[in-house]
Design a protein around this ligand. Structure first.
Ligand SMILES: *Cc1c(COP(=O)(O)O)cnc(C)c1O
Length: 430
């Protein structure tokens, strides 16, 4: 496949931006080769600068649950833009998106809009600290919460471990405020809370961890987190930046019927525009400025163009059978691949929930922790990745990234993808 233009653009980009990109995984370092520069998208398809077309399962890392340039979103953006792009004053569109979410979500009474998932998480942590008057946070190895200082940490050594920063530039004092535990281990959470609950403000988790493979947690584990948080006066934060509006309108909280204290959103909420949000009950949210003492602000927060895109997208998600149909399309894909893998006896396992899917190079039938992923096998992913790319299938360029099916994917797209993916497995594993 000819990718001359992408190559040229990347050479130039490297002289302009660190690594040639504005977000690291886009640089293709983990799969090797040259990143593909995209020019346009329509429905399930995207077209690169050399006019190659791909069926897209990255979907901008999740936000595009309706696919590219969906008519309702496109119209909403264009109509809104005609009246101005930003006012820094309240607009009716903020009420509209807030009400649309609150009216259809059991666990949220008030919401605050920000401009990214990272900002939502950062603000939620401050809120939790402000409400509880405590400062430490528990997070889990294998969950990603954006590039917030205190969460760019990995487990240190020892049983109950304080974090070590995983990025240069994060003060040790910040990393020390974070305790990193393995996923799906109730005992360790219990021990840690027994010992340190006087210092712990919140437990933050991706209830459906989908940033380091897809590490589905047991309902029991999540329910225990809820009970322990209540017992020890610690707030439970569900980071639903991926799972929110993805596995159902009420996200993982609704799917598992577990009520977190604070929920963070991003990705789908903005209809492809930069929006994040955090929400909780009215009492917790009353701690936020100007009602309460926890300061949080944003020049472009609640931006009308972004709000309009969010309203358009979430209105589609609320239509009858939206999530069932999305799930059926995803099942078609997953079943088509699973059948082939089983017939050939490859050591690959497909994980999926709702319209999120991921394949692991392992025959373990239930991966729940980050350390169970075999990083040595990621060279296989790179080979498969390039086979898929050369045959018109676009995934996020890393074996740790999940794929997303959108409402725009058709049975024809899915059947072609099954065929190309199975051929890729044969070429690399056979
Ligand atoms: C993507 C993501 C974030 C960060 O959101 P950005 O908009 O990239 O800042 C935070 N948490 C989770 C679970 C995410 O998937």
């Amino acid at each position: 496949m000819k990718q001359e233009q992408s190559f040229k653009l990347f050479e130039k980009a490297k002289t302009l931006m660190p690594g040639g990109v504005n977000s690291p995984v886009r640089a293709f370092r983990s799969v090797g080769g040259n990143p593909v520069f995209m020019k346009s998208g329509k429905g399930s398809r995207i077209t690169d600068e050399d006019n190659n077309e791909y069926i897209d399962f990255c979907c901008s890392w999740g936000p595009l649950i309706l696919g590219h340039t969906h008519a309702a979103i496109e119209n909403a953006i264009i109509e809104t833009v005609k009246h101005g792009t930003s006012f820094g004053a309240p607009t009716a569109l903020e009420n509209k998106l807030a009400a649309l979410i609150i009216d259809n979500h059991s666990y949220i009474e008030k919401i605050r809009f920000v401009s990214s998932g990272t900002e939502a998480v950062m603000s939620a942590l401050r809120l939790a600290r402000g409400v509880t008057g405590k400062s430490k946070i528990i997070k889990f190895e294998g969950c990603y919460h954006g590039h917030v200082d205190a969460l760019l940490v990995k487990a240190g050594s020892g049983l109950v471990t304080f974090g070590e920063s995983s990025s240069a530039g994060v003060p040790a004092a910040y990393a020390n405020e974070t305790i990193v535990l393995p996923l799906n281990n109730v005992e360790l959470v219990k021990e840690t809370l027994e010992k340190l609950h006087h210092e712990i403000a919140a437990i933050i988790i991706e209830p459906i961890p989908a940033n380091n493979g897809l590490l589905l947690q047991s309902h029991k584990f999540l329910a225990h987190l809820r009970a322990l948080c209540t017992q020890y006066n610690v707030l439970l934060i569900f980071d639903e930046v991926i799972s929110g509006f993805r596995v159902g309108f009420e996200g993982a909280a609704g799917l598992y019927k577990i009520k977190p204290d604070i929920i963070t959103f991003g990705k789908i909420i903005g209809g492809g525009m930069p929006v994040g949000a955090y929400g909780a009950n009215a009492d917790i949210m009353s701690h936020i400025s100007p009602e309460g003492p926890v300061y949080q602000a944003g020049t472009l927060s609640g931006n009308p163009v972004a709000m309009a895109a969010g309203v358009a997208q979430l209105s589609e998600c609320l239509k009858p059978h939206f999530y069932q149909e999305l799930q059926q399309m995803t099942d078609r894909l997953v079943n088509g691949i699973r059948k082939h893998i089983k017939e050939k006896g490859y050591d690959i396992t497909i994980y999926n929930i709702g319209s999120i899917f991921w394949f692991a190079f392992s025959d373990m039938t239930h991966l729940t922790r980050a350390d169970q992923i075999d990083s040595g096998k990621m060279t296989l992913f790179s080979k498969i990745y390039h086979h898929l790319l050369d045959n018109g299938i676009y995934f996020g360029p890393s074996g740790y990234e999940v794929g997303f099916v959108s409402k725009a994917h058709t049975e024809k797209d899915i059947d072609k993808t099954i065929q190309v993916m199975n051929a890729a497995f044969d070429a690399v594993m056979g």
